[in-house]
Design a protein around this ligand. Structure first.
Ligand code: ITT
Length: 199
């Protein structure tokens, strides 16, 4: 039972691994295979991009493959950065945060609603075997805070914790996060659909 977690993002990989811990599955990553060209991600939805990545890496490696596409939707910015989260406004997250606050301050929309979204897809060959979507609702924080997590976590205020997702442990984050929800749905699916493993 081998599953390729196909992501170039080491933070995603470690969160996904931690949620799948204990499952009777041998998790492998892209570093276990010869280099694969990174797909373009041309879709305009998270699920379209997740499918594109999963099909691409499954074809390149021949493995049962999990891929996910995720990002932050900010209501006051009409859903931006959305599917462009990884490449939004500048090369560093501090530049991205600055751009977001400038635009939100202009519109007096600080503390506006936002959500992280994760679309997760599992593929064997050219067949999509499983798809799910996880979200977590929150607000844009008044200012960036915290050093844990990655990406936009420092500006994502999660009201039930009264903190950003960069101010909590990985376990606290994945207990409520978009990725935590999506990967736990996959975990349940893998645990109850053992036929998936028959080639
Ligand atoms: P792969 O495509 O190789 O998986 P990537 O980082 O390019 O890696 P995406 O295209 O799905 O992945 O972009 C996801 C971006 O969304 C990520 O780089 C962050 O900027 C943001 N993001 C997603 N999940 C996040 C999280 O849990 N915390 C903070 N930011 C997150």
């Amino acid at each position: 039972m081998q599953l390729l977690v196909a992501t170039t993002n080491a933070h995603k990989l470690s969160e996904i691994r931690s949620i799948l811990t204990g499952l009777d599955v041998n998790l492998v990553s892209l570093s276990d295979f010869p280099p694969v060209i990174v797909p373009d991600e041309t879709g305009d939805t998270f699920v379209a991009n997740a499918r594109e990545k999963a099909l691409h890496y499954a074809a390149a490696t021949g493995q049962l493959t999990l891929a996910e596409d995720s990002g932050l939707e900010i209501d006051g910015l009409n859903g931006e950065p959305g599917v462009h989260s990884a490449r939004f406004n500048g090369d560093s997250y501090s530049e991205r945060f600055k751009a977001i606050y400038t635009r939100l301050a202009n519109a007096e929309r600080l503390r506006c609603r936002a959500r992280f979204v994760c679309a997760l897809v599992v593929v064997r060959g050219s067949n999509i075997l499983f798809e799910t979507r996880g979200t977590v609702e929150g607000q844009v924080a008044n200012e960036p805070s915290g050093a844990a997590g990655f990406g936009y976590d420092p500006i994502f205020h999660y009201p039930p914790y009264g903190k950003t997702l960069a101010e909590v442990s990985r376990e606290e984050k994945t207990a409520v996060s978009h990725r935590g929800k999506a990967v736990r749905a996959l975990r349940n699916y893998l645990a109850t659909n053992t036929a998936l493993w028959e080639t």
